[in-house]
Write a protein that binds this ligand. Structure first.
Ligand SMILES: [Zn+2]
Length: 58
């Protein structure tokens, strides 16, 4: 099973999808994606909570 986050579900206007096997890895990848593509400087607790709320499991 993979954990999947669609970037647009987090609130960005973006078709990006992040896939990982663990929640820690997923959050790291989302942080990297948000920082490199969306100029997000830090992952606030608010953003992390938002990401966790939109995780899909497939
Ligand atoms: Zn994105």
């Amino acid at each position: 099973m993979s954990l999947i986050v669609h970037c647009k579900d987090v609130g960005f206007d973006c078709d990006g999808i992040v896939v990982a096997e663990t929640e820690d890895d997923l959050l790291q990848q989302v942080a990297h994606h948000a920082q490199s593509l969306h100029g997000a400087e830090t992952m606030t607790d608010e953003i992390i909570a938002k990401v966790k709320s939109v995780i899909r499991k497939e």
